[in-house]
Design a protein around this ligand. Structure first.
Ligand code: NAI
Ligand code: MG
Length: 364
């Protein structure tokens, strides 16, 4: 059966990098997918809002739910001031499709360190996407000593359990993917591992429940206990270790706010925003999305790096169970990056968006 993929370029360079990713999906050699994927072009974004008064049209949601196996989202321009009636379409998509985890791989094929040693960073950060401090339950009060503000933080067993389940399942899936790579290209030898990030020494009730619940997922499954190691890391020392020894991590799972912060920090370890993909994942749907924004400073010039979007397309395939096709894209991208001759300006080259997409296609 052919996969049906919704394409939502939205704003700015989203309109350049999503078509590039589409071309790569179209160039997959037959045999890697059961059938050529079908694409459905869908509207959303701030520019769409300015013309039509709605940022995430119901038709887009209906098409995603009714016709699509998954989707690729480009980027939105969010106004820095409050605009009446506008709310971010990607936030809306996460809510309406219950995409409860944000998954972000941080990969350096073989990044050179200052000492000249080669080390491979290959980490997958899984961020809980629905609760924590980001429920935005804040209150401002007048007290006898002046104003004070209070924010509530929600951690539930249900949300912690499902994202924990996803972390262990993905640790196993990544291990399987690594085994698909030829011996010569296999860099990873260790057993799969999940690192649980928290701060339960201070926030013993909320982070205590998080830690206990995620550990419980591991303890309850013979398969996970046999095949996946589990460790814990306090969030502050997590940041320290991540910069000192990023190669020590495999899958990292964190509550919403810690995950937000460490995943942006981790992106700095591997260079340009234009390289870093992500996926918004739920039980019923998945939306691939480059981490970067709409980049108004370079939009419309065909110089945006399409690699983050192309890798996001591969993550989408991986999640939809097409691991060999996903792996083929990851490897084609790695070869283009290692070769270095075709590269956009953000990573020191002079090529266009189109030329980079072409180079990935020909590596396929
Ligand atoms: P940005 O990610 O759009 O750009 C930051 C810098 O990185 C810019 O100099 C840009 O040119 C560069 N850059 C980003 N992606 C690139 C790519 N693929 N190739 C080459 N260079 C790239 O973040 P910024 O400037 O803070 O925000 C611009 C707009 O994007 C804002 O309206 C913001 O709200 C929105 N935004 C949307 C996000 C999303 O859709 N998930 C995420 C972040 C920002
Ligand atoms: Mg962020």
């Amino acid at each position: 059966r052919a996969l049906t993929i919704g394409l939502i370029p939205a704003d700015g360079i989203g309109r350049e990098v999503i078509p590039a990713a589409r071309r790569v999906l179209e160039a997959l050699p037959s045999g890697l997918l059961a059938a050529r994927p079908r694409f459905v072009d869908l509207d959303a974004g701030f520019e769409y809002f300015q013309r039509h008064g709605v940022a995430l049209p119901e038709e887009t949601l209906a098409a995603l739910k009714g016709d699509c196996d998954g989707a690729l989202f480009g980027a939105v321009s969010s106004p820095s001031h409050k605009v009446a009636g506008y709310s971010s379409p990607i936030v809306g998509l996460r809510k309406r499709l219950d995409l409860y985890a944000n998954v972000r791989p941080v990969i350096s094929g073989a990044a050179a360190t200052a000492s000249g040693a080669r080390r491979a960073i290959d980490m997958l950060i899984i961020r809980e996407n629905t609760e924590c401090l980001y429920i935005k339950d804040e209150e401002l009060h007048d007290g006898p000593d002046g104003r004070y503000a209070v924010a509530k933080r929600r951690i539930s067993e249900r949300a912690s359990r499902r994202v924990g389940e996803m972390a262990f399942a993905m640790a196993l899936q990544r291990d399987g993917m690594r085994r698909l790579a030829p011996e010569a290209e296999r860099t990873w030898k260790a057993r799969p591992k999940v690192t649980i990030v928290h701060k339960s020494n201070v926030l013993s009730v909320t982070d205590g429940l998080w830690r206990e619940t995620v550990r419980g997922v591991h303890a309850a499954s013979a398969q996970y206990r046999d095949a996946v190691d589990v460790e814990e890391q306090l969030v502050d020392s997590m940041v320290y270790r991540m910069f000192r020894e990023p190669e020590a991590f495999d899958v990292v799972v964190a509550p919403n706010m810690y995950g937000d912060i460490i995943s942006d920090g981790a992106a700095a370890l591997v260079g340009s925003l234009g390289l870093v993909p992500s996926a918004n994942v739920g039980d019923a749907f998945v939306v691939g999305e480059p981490v970067h924004g709409s980049a108004p400073d370079i939009a419309g010039r065909n110089i945006a790096n399409p690699i983050a979007a192309i890798r996001s397309a591969a993550m989408l395939l991986e999640r939809l169970g097409c691991e060999p096709a996903a792996l083929a894209i990851y490897r084609a991208v790695d070869r283009v990056l290692a070769d270095g001759r075709v590269a956009t300006p953000d990573i020191g080259g002079r090529s266009t968006t189109t030329e980079v997409a072409d180079a990935v296609c020909s590596q396929l």
